[in-house]
Ligand binder design. Structure first.
Ligand code: ATP
Ligand code: MG
Length: 418
């Protein structure tokens, strides 16, 4: 991508009402645009990041044996009345609308009910299970406070997976597999070290759930962490003597940290399957309720969290698998020979399948180009200038470590591909 034709430009300032780093940096760098509180448009650079996150999640879910579908965002009240969750008193952040003929419609905030209902039309026998079904889809929630940038949207993309098993053992095995899949997702997203598997209370569904919490000052939650063993509980579980005993930790060892829930996994038991009559006949012909679990990750929340963890005073510092481009080729100076050399390097790299953002802008100062490269945050910056041209090298700089290296032209592609 030639930066001279890139749709968005960097900005000196973010909107005054943005208080969190992820929104400020992503708006300034031209990755997202704020429509209104909690509602953000993904611009071309931001969409590339979101797609990378989506690709990682999809790969890990498929490896775990799950199948993808796409449920509707418009939902029928009759389905939600089965579990008594249509009421605003039960789900306080429902967006709803009414059709011209008076029919009420729900705008999706989650999908336990519609998916369980759907399955009753297709799965009845023990041979039809287990099923692991997910989607990557937009959710709408009328969040009271939407002050955390893309970490808490009123409209946001979520990966939600639901498991349907025949026995507790089958459920437990898949639950463990999902825990591993989530660990992989957050490691590949560059926040593995800061992300803790956290024992949590399960809200309305179950007595206990597990959250993946990433330590950052921008977080709205607090977790209690044992730094040696990486054991972690949330606020509600801190008073649970049983769980502390089970993991041989004492309260005084646990250190409070501000954190954000990047993902969670819930055992749902038979709450939903019983409400919808989702049962199966076992080998002996006996009818049994299906055991369910749910597993969510907010893609925007993950992107915002990566931004919070992977950034510095100069701007974004994207992990390799997340970055919109592998490298940022920056041409300093408009001299003919420099431009020719940079152009040639750009086409060589792109032809070699390496995704490069090429700052080919004319009449932009070196200082401005380098500041923009820092703000945009590609993992490697390659400078081509009169000086490097004479030496027959490109100046490599690692965005994260700041390490600088002179690489001969012939070796640039090979080094980036490695
Ligand atoms: P929170 O307590 O932070 O509101 P939640 O318990 O409502 O989260 P779930 O309903 O379980 O979250 O949703 C699954 C995942 O979706 C969460 O782990 C989080 O990553 C993401 N998520 C939830 N709400 C939002 C939101 N408003 N914006 C972006 N992502 C969200
Ligand atoms: Mg919530």
């Amino acid at each position: 991508m030639r930066q001279s034709t890139l749709f968005t430009k960097t900005r000196k300032e973010a909107p005054k009402d943005e208080v969190v780093r992820n929104a400020i940096l992503l708006i300034r760098a031209g990755y997202i645009y704020k429509e209104m509180a909690g509602v953000y448009t993904y611009l071309p650079l931001g969409l590339r990041v979101l797609r990378n996150i989506e690709r990682i999640i999809r790969e890990e879910m498929n490896v775990a044996g799950a199948q993808e579908l796409l449920l509707t965002s418009l939902q029928s009240p009759s389905v939600w009345e089965k579990t008594d969750r249509w009421s605003d008193a039960v789900i306080d952040n429902w967006f709803k609308t009414t059709l011209a003929d008076g029919t009420e419609i729900g705008i999706a905030s989650t999908h336990e009910e519609p998916l369980t209902n759907l399955l009753t039309h297709y799965a009845h026998s023990h041979r039809d299970f287990p099923l692991y079904i997910y989607q990557i889809q937009t959710k709408f929630r009328n969040e009271l406070r939407a002050k955390s940038g893309i970490m808490r949207g009123r409209e946001f993309v979520m990966k939600d997976l639901y498991s349907f098993c025949r026995t507790e053992d089958e459920h437990a095995a898949f639950y463990a597999r999902m825990k591993e899949a989530y660990t992989n997702v957050f490691r590949r997203s560059g926040i593995g070290e800061q992300t803790y598997f956290t024992y949590a209370s399960g809200g309305s569904f179950s007595h206990a759930s597990d959250e993946f919490q990433t330590v950052t000052d921008a977080g709205e939650d607090t977790i209690y962490v044992d730094p040696d063993t990486r054991f972690s509980v949330n606020e509600e579980m801190l008073g649970d003597e049983k769980i502390l005993e089970k993991f041989h930790v004492t309260k005084d060892r646990l250190i409070p940290k501000k954190s954000v829930e990047v993902g969670n996994i819930f055992p749902l038991g038979t709450k939903f399957s019983e409400a919808f009559g989702l049962t199966y006949r076992d080998e002996a012909g006996e009818e049994k309720p299906v055991i369910m679990g749910s597993y969510g990750i907010g893609l925007g929340r993950l992107m915002g969290t990566i931004t919070e963890v992977c950034s510095d005073d100069q701007g974004l510092v994207w992990p390799k698998e997340i970055a919109p481009f592998r490298a940022h080729l920056v041409r300093l100076g408009d001299q003919l020979d420099v431009a020719k050399c940079a152009d040639q390097l750009y086409s060589e790299l792109t032809q070699g399948g390496i995704e490069v953002l090429y700052d080919d802008r004319a009449s932009v100062s070196a200082g401005e180009k380098l500041a923009d490269a820092d703000l945009l945050g590609m993992p490697t910056r390659i400078v081509v200038s009169e000086k490097t041209l004479r030496a027959g090298v490109g100046e490599f700089r690692d965005r994260k470590s700041g390490e600088v290296l002179m690489v001969p032209y012939a070796e640039i592609a090979k080094r980036l591909a490695a």
